[in-house]
Design a protein around this ligand. Sequence first.
Ligand code: TYM
Length: 332
Amino acid sequence: MSNIVFSGIQPSGTIHLGNYLGAIKQWVDLQDKYKSLFCIVDLHAITANKLLASELKSNIFKTVAAYIACGIDPEKSIIFSQSTVSGHAELSGLLGCYTPVGWLNRMTQFKDKAGSDKQKASLGLYSYPVLMAADILLYRAQYVPVGDDQKQHLELARDIALAFNNYYKLDYFVVPEILVLDHASRIMSLRDGTSKMSKSDPSEYSRINLDDTDDLIVKKIGKAKTDSILGFDFTTLKCRLEISNLINIYSVLSSLDVDKVCEEMSKHNMKHFKKELADLIISVISPIREKVIDLLRDRFYLHEILEKGAKKAAEVASHNMKEIKDIVGFVQ
Ligand code: TYM
């Protein structure tokens, strides 16, 4: 057992409401209870859909700013970028030797991201879950707060930890546990209730970004897909994917139970519900957006946070890496 929390977000685009509700919101609460590391996983961000160097840099600064604006306190938590601590890549290479390819062939996210022509997908995309396992195991983290889409990767990280421990007949790696928030673990696209809200969806109207203006939020919620059934009958939500998603977002943001939201909104029409929902989202997103804008004015400060975070993370990482190499039998 350890009392360490590790999680991360790829700086591959703008952070959206799904990332906030599924991941960052729980990080904010956890940082008061556990030693927490929140990483900007830049090595993962180049495994697919490569960005221009200037875009990647800008996304990294935006992600640090978003972490802080959402409530991650750099005095309490370690904020750093993955590529600045060499142990991540080093351990990933090593753990690859304890990971059968058969395990990687099962990863559904690889299949989705690689698309129809798998021969063209990068080796980095294929071994992505091993790097993710290395991120977590490097710090011997116990808890990994993520959205539902990362469950399979977490299972793999557990399997790799156990394979290593069993081979050397010791309990070196902590077997990590996933932490998901019931209702926020899978926020769906605003255009299609069968796919999750995602940074890579080509439709801007499928997601609410943390930097969306109030007007844009009103527009996106106004255009959000609904159906022709009248009212918000709680018992029929299962078959109404898009409405169910909107009600769910309302419920998570307002801390009201889903049945209570349905009951309240049944007194009104869809236009009223959408207005209430947009107002609620704005009340949460707008202060974050303004804080991000403010923080981005001082890149020096953000850079300093990353540097300090990297120093602290590297101390733990290099200590653990030495122990891991010793277990394997490398002479150092
Ligand atoms: P990424 O960058 O895709 O997403 C960051 C976090 O946001 C969650 N998330 C969602 N939650 C609810 N609804 C959604 N629609 C939604 N979309 C995304 C994700 O589950 C995630 O928690 N592989 C990871 C990053 C990573 C990582 C790690 C996470 C790399 N190493 C180690 C934890 C521990 C990823 O691509 O997240």
